[in-house]
Design a protein. Sequence first.
Length: 160
Amino acid sequence: MTQTNPTPERIDVTGACTPSTARIVRAEVTSASLDTARLAVAVADPAAGAVATFDGRVRNHDDGRGVSGISYSAHPSASEVIGQIAARIASRDGLRALAVAHRVGELGVGETALAVAVSADHRAAAFAAVSDIVEEIKARLPVWKQQILADGSRVWSNTP
């Protein structure tokens, strides 16, 4: 019986083995509640010296107006796009695992809309990967938000 290594490795100049592609634990657009702490546990790796996270939440204000919630909607291609973003970042040296999820549907103040977790050999790589995932999600993911203002009115924002 032949076994394949699910995480191909390469040898760096110091002789240490590092994965050539980080595990993608989760990359999805979902209507389910998000738990960033669970993503951090899911990306844990004994070879990682750092786990960095981002927990993007609905806030109670925007541009001087009170906000009571946000309704997120997504294009059917959103799941594919988030997978592409995850795969691109996962190819970086020094990363061990990553998870990213964006929520759709109606969210209240304080609920998580975007959760990201990355484990890496060193903190700089983990922080950079989290930041780049968030920025690329903001730039490329076809998800739109309609803010529900405190007065009950609705306003679209961050639309193309």
